[in-house]
Design a binder for this molecule. Structure first.
Ligand code: NDP
Length: 342
């Protein structure tokens, strides 16, 4: 059995979902209530592979909300993730993806030190961040959506916002070695990590977001921002492809603007319907078919009976591992979400 540990994008989102799912006692509560709410299994999932194989999974809602980080409720945030992991393990789940901020909190606050949760000794090999598949899918989206728009990668400037992160650094490695883009702009806040990445790649310009945006033909958004940034669309090149892989989204203002193409990044489409409620709740356009690539990674590991923390730690995603997860992704019927109507 596979598992998905997820969370909602804001307190407002959580309140409306609680109402929809029939938990009225959660719907009118403020952040303090969510800080003390325990994890819950809220969905039972059956997925059929393109090969015909069927697997079963559970969605575990951790009750973490990004506002907990913004308001420095760090203890609550870390407790949410550790308790959700213990909950998944207690229910016999073999491999569970830590979606969105779950793995970021796990890494940033060194949660591997907390192995004992009440009577459960966490077995970390039962968990994966899902970031290898996410990075692979974002790279394929860049390659394929740029073709849809007639942007030649060999001539293109690609800015990666969140370049030094786990997903961002893997995307940079791929764009450097496989896609051979003309120019890579590396955007993040910590200058030392940016210099290290530039050293590893042997190329790339370190830039602030404001100066990078007007130069980019393509922007990959993979920064761990609890709230999105406002973009001045008028300052961008046309055409410009924006692949926003953030959860919550990195771009706050999603307006229609001529020549600007925004693609939901790190999202896969399955070739068969999945019977579940959870993707409707996170507002996917086609909830029965579309899902986060990190969640799909735990499905792939379950299909392949690869019970190992395939994606773990930080900045260790190799091109070989991206190739491997990419092959099984195609085999089981997943494909990167692309632009529609172009
Ligand atoms: P990491 O914590 O590993 O990396 C985050 C990166 O963002 C770092 O480079 C960090 O550098 C940078 N960053 C953070 N804040 C800012 C800012 N204000 N301006 C510019 N750069 C910033 O995160 P992950 O790689 O694990 O995840 C990245 C994003 O992808 C998150 O939003 C996450 O929720 C989402 N995600 C999406 C998935 C999917 O399936 N679609 C799956 C998993 C994650 P610095 O701190 O130096 O600025």
């Amino acid at each position: 059995m596979f598992g998905l540990i997820g969370h909602l994008t804001s307190l407002e989102h959580a309140q409306s979902v609680a109402r929809d799912l029939g938990y009225p006692e959660y719907a009118d509560q403020g952040l303090d209530f969510w800080c003390s709410a325990p994890p819950q299994i809220v969905d039972t999932i059956t997925v059929t592979s393109a090969t015909g194989q069927q697997i079963e999974g559970r969605y575990v809602e951790s009750c973490f909300l990004p506002e907990m980080l913004a308001t420095r409720r760090i203890k609550a945030a870390t407790r949410k993730i550790i308790n959700a992991m213990a909950h998944a393990q207690k229910h016999g789940i073999n491999i569970t993806a830590l979606g969105g901020f779950s793995s970021i909190i796990f890494e940033n606050f060194n949660l591997q030190q907390i192995q004992q949760v009440r009577n459960i000794k966490l077995e970390f090999e039962r968990f994966t961040t899902g970031n290898t598949h996410t990075a692979y899918i974002i790279c394929r989206q860049v390659e394929q959506a740029s073709k849809q728009l007639g942007i030649d990668l060999g001539q293109a400037t690609v800015a990666v916002c969140g370049a030094t992160g786990d997903i961002g650094s893997a995307v940079c490695r791929w764009l450097n070695a496989r896609a051979d883009v003309a120019e890579l702009l590396l955007v993040a806040r910590n200058q030392e990590r940016l210099q290290d990445l530039q050293g590893e790649l042997g190329r790339g310009k370190v830039m602030g977001l404001e100066e990078a945006l007007p130069e980019a033909d393509i922007v990959v958004w993979v920064a761990s921002m609890p709230k999105g940034v406002e973009i001045d669309y008028g300052a961008l090149k046309q055409p410009c492809l924006m692949v926003d892989g953030g959860y919550p989204k990195n771009m706050a203002n999603l307006i229609q603007h001529p020549g600007i193409y925004v693609l939901n990044g790190g999202i896969v489409e399955h070739s068969l319907d999945i019977d579940w409620r959870i993707m409707r709740i996170v507002n996917m356009d086609v909830p029965a078919r579309q899902l986060f690539a990190c969640f799909a990674e735990s499905m792939l590991l379950e299909f392949e009976k690869l019970y190992t923390n395939f994606s773990w730690g930080r900045n260790q995603i190799t091109l070989e591992k991206m190739d491997l997860i990419g092959q099984v992704s195609v085999k089981h019927g997943f494909r990167p979400l692309l632009l529609s109507g172009v």
